[in-house]
Design a protein around this ligand. Structure first.
Ligand SMILES: Cc1ncc(C[n+]2csc(CCOP(=O)(O)OP(=O)(O)O)c2C)c(N)n1
Ligand SMILES: [Mg+2]
Length: 347
């Protein structure tokens, strides 16, 4: 396990206090939303796979703050927080988890496959590394059309050992594409540590193999993430130069909601808890006088109310009609299509 990064002394004086409190609110929102997702799973309201951003809130909020709303985002399957940070209505995100037709993917995608063209979240991918070639394709399209949008492509530490990672970084560098690859190093790929899976565990150094800029940042510090990500995103926009950013944080719970994570030592769990980005940011703002206990409690109360509303919206929403089962699977009608009765013509 990577050693805990010391709490960097961040100067808040140059920052707008409302923005700093806004980051706290957004991080707390993801925390409470994910806790409710875990609860919904145990109540069998949510099925299938379900991976949470617990412990990665500062990274999610910092990255979103570094992007323009019109920049594109691709993620792995651990994407609920990103969907929220991209500005998607929380009720629609929870409804997708609940498999309801009001969800971001009309209830057919679920936890791992959120998609929203309006906010430019282009998925949500369950295949490890599947998002990388697609993100490079999107960056190629931007470049080809002479646009000034940037693609941010999130992935986990384990993903850096997938072939598509290397192919994607190579082409992005060779063709000078506006894409920032972000490796969320949460120390684990399911139950395997970075040291046990990566010959070079300093993952940002892999950028050197593609003559790309590689940076590493404390992923539990929202401002540190925002500032380096902004620099890389703006360089990609201005110069078409891709980059690789590694953020270091700690997965607070199991790989997915059904994983009790018994393979972790008590020491690892303690390190993860000490690095809790939401609790630390709250304490930091209070120590700096940006937030007082009354403000913090009011933010927490309002967040809980909004998360309650998202759950209520999801719960009250209809399930998709079974006749729409194949609507989003194939481009053309296929044999076995759910609405075809025996002896009906195929096409
Ligand atoms: C191609 C492929 N191989 C294996 C899996 C099974 N799998 C799902 S998540 C995962 C670990 C990925 O770890 P990491 O990239 O660190 O992401 P994290 O879950 O920590 O966010 C694996 C091996 C998969 N989904 N796709
Ligand atoms: Mg990981």
């Amino acid at each position: 396990m990577t050693e805990t990064i010391e709490h960097t002394s961040i100067t808040l004086t140059a920052e707008d206090p409302a923005t700093l409190r806004g980051y706290f609110r957004d991080m707390m929102f993801i925390r409470r939303f994910e806790e409710r997702a875990a609860q919904g799973y145990t109540q069998a309201k949510i099925g299938g796979y379900c991976h949470l951003n617990l412990g990665e809130e500062a990274t999610v909020v910092g990255l979103a703050a570094a992007m323009r709303p019109t920049d594109y985002l691709f993620t792995n399957y651990r994407e609920h927080g990103y969907a929220l940070a991209k500005g998607i209505e929380p009720g629609r995100v929870m409804a997708e988890l609940y498999g309801r037709s009001t969800g971001t993917s009309k209830g057919w995608g679920g936890s791992m496959h959120m998609f929203d063209t309006a906010s430019r979240l282009l998925g949500g991918y369950g295949i490890v590394g599947g998002q990388l070639p697609l993100a490079v394709g999107a960056a190629l399209a931007i470049d080809y059309r002479g646009g000034d949008d940037v693609v941010v492509c999130q992935m986990g530490d384990g993903t850096t050992n997938i072939g598509a990672f290397h192919e994607s970084l190579n082409l992005a560098a060779l063709w000078n594409l506006p894409v920032v690859f972000v490796v969320i190093n949460n120390q684990l790929g399911m139950g395997t540590t970075v040291e046990n899976s990566s010959a070079e565990p300093d993952l940002y150094k892999r950028a050197a193999g593609y003559r790309m800029r590689g940076e590493q940042v404390d992923g539990t510090e929202v401002l540190a993430v925002r500032d380096i990500a902004r620099e890389l995103v703006e360089t990609a926009r201005r110069e078409g130069k891709p980059a690789l950013l590694e953020t270091i944080s700690y997965r607070l719970k199991g790989h997915s909601v059904v994983d009790p994570a018994k393979y972790r030592s008590g020491e690892d769990v303690a390190t993860a808890r000490e690095s809790d980005p939401v609790a630390r940011w709250r304490a930091h703002l209070i120590d700096s006088g940006v937030l007082d206990e009354t403000d913090a409690a009011e933010i927490e109360r309002s967040v809980e109310e909004q998360v309650d509303a998202a759950v209520a919206f999801a719960d009250a929403s209809p399930h998709p009609d079974p006749s729409s089962l194949f609507d989003y699977t194939y481009a053309t009608p296929v044999a076995g299509e759910s609405r075809r009765l025996p002896a009906d013509p195929l096409f």
